[in-house]
Design a binder for this molecule. Structure first.
Ligand code: SF4
Ligand code: SF4
Length: 388
């Protein structure tokens, strides 16, 4: 990949795949909210083409239109021409980075460095007191979880997997990482957690910082290459998984952790205690539209006897969290979340699970009085696990 390509200086070849059929419009949440072509996938592609042809100059207005995309990539999934919308949008933002909101660049720089994000979130000084800022601050603590580099399998070893921590999960979702280690070890796998691994790079890529996203990719590839041989590299947050899927040379295939645990040869090694509860399952857009391993979550949860599973939301639609959108675009984030919260309120589940940390926090924030838990599916599974 040439530097110019990565920096968004060459956009036309990818954009040229778009035949302007408009099939993506009905799928786009920002178009549904605004009814404006400029807030649709087709409109954003047209903007990129105008920029590339020199018909428009980069400016704050154009940056704002590209930045309004939630990167749910639902448009990419339905596009008959195979426009690589996610990559195109990241590179378009790279081109317009000088005009992107300062807060977005700041958030990407801070949250992708867990020690810095933890310090600032925990001190409550990271963000203006709006949207999810206060709620996020309340979730973080100054205590940095410590991970060993290697965890032994619970019984006879059947293989070895690498666990990708992710910066936001390490910052706000340590219980999910602990659950992942427990379940993988119980299934007979040694779990390697390379200390040198970094943020996946998604935050920087979406904030138009292509050089740092590329540097993080290289650092992670090196960290896992320096590990003992691995059967797979698993991630817990589907937002990270979407980014890891695009890595050039990981030493083992990347897989969402639920998909790995739901493999035919792995699943029978896990047994769960019954749980007589109603469970609402939210399947994040990153898991459905990009990682494409959402069935595995339902298959895994289906192993818990007596658990009544209800999928909520329109599969593949964005809940409004959209990376940092819940903080930077609170109006849009709340509008997209509203139908989901209505569904949750009508269903009255005991618990809600979602495979992406930012979706889970975004939903939980709107239901602080509901008295129900919002978890990663792995946490619920680990709680019900029969340890042998
Ligand atoms: S569906 Fe694809 S080809 Fe059609 S307008 Fe949307 S991006 Fe372009
Ligand atoms: S990625 Fe999602 S929000 Fe962005 S243009 Fe496509 S459908 Fe719309």
């Amino acid at each position: 990949m040439s530097g110019l390509y990565a920096m968004g200086m060459i956009l036309l070849p990818d954009a040229a795949h778009c035949v302007k059929c408009g099939l993506c419009l009905a799928e786009c949440p920002t178009y549904a909210l605004t009814g404006s072509e400029s807030q649709s996938p087709r409109g954003r592609i047209a903007l990129i083409q105008a920029l590339d042809r020199g018909q428009l100059s980069p400016d704050r207005h154009g940056a704002n239109l590209l930045d309004g995309c939630l990167l749910c990539r639902r448009c990419e999934k339905v596009c008959p021409s195979g426009v690589p919308f996610g990559a195109l949008m990241d590179r378009g933002r790279s081109r317009l980075r000088p005009f992107l909101p300062m807060m977005e660049k700041f958030l990407a720089g801070v949250l992708s460095r867990p020690w810095l994000g933890r310090l600032l979130l925990a001190s409550g000084k990271l963000l203006p007191n709006r949207a999810g800022a206060g709620y996020l601050a309340a979730q973080a603590s100054l205590k940095m979880p410590k991970y060993r580099e290697s965890y032994r399998p619970a019984a006879q070893s059947v293989g070895r997997v690498g666990l990708f921590r992710g910066c936001t999960s390490a910052l706000l979702d340590a219980e999910t990482l602990e659950a992942a280690v427990l379940l993988l070890a119980q299934a007979g796998f040694e779990v390697i957690v390379p200390a040198a691994q970094q943020c996946c790079g998604a935050l920087d890529a979406h904030a138009g910082n292509a050089p740092r996203a590329a540097a993080l990719m290289l650092a992670n590839e090196r960290a896992f290459t320096d590990s003992p041989p691995l059967d797979a590299i698993v991630s817990v947050a589907s937002g990270c998984g979407a980014q890891l899927n695009d890595y050039a040379s990981l030493p083992a295939p990347h897989e969402d952790v639920c998909s790995f645990l739901a493999r035919e040869e792995v699943l029978p090694r896990l047994r769960f205690r019954p749980l007589k509860q109603n469970l609402a399952v939210h399947l994040p857009c990153s898991l459905v539209n990009v990682v494409g391993q959402e069935q595995a979550v339902l298959r895994l949860l289906g192993r818990v006897p007596q658990l009544r599973i209800h999928e909520i939301g329109q599969r593949g639609s964005c809940c409004g969290a959209g990376g940092t959108a819940s903080i930077l675009r609170p109006g849009v984030a709340r509008a997209l979340r509203r139908p989901l919260m209505k569904e949750i309120s009508e269903l009255g589940p005991d618990c809600v699970v979602s495979s992406n940390v930012s979706c889970r926090l975004h939903l939980a924030q709107a239901d602080e009085q509901g008295g129900r838990r919002y978890l990663h599916p792995l946490v619920l599974l680990a709680q019900q696990l029969i340890r042998e």
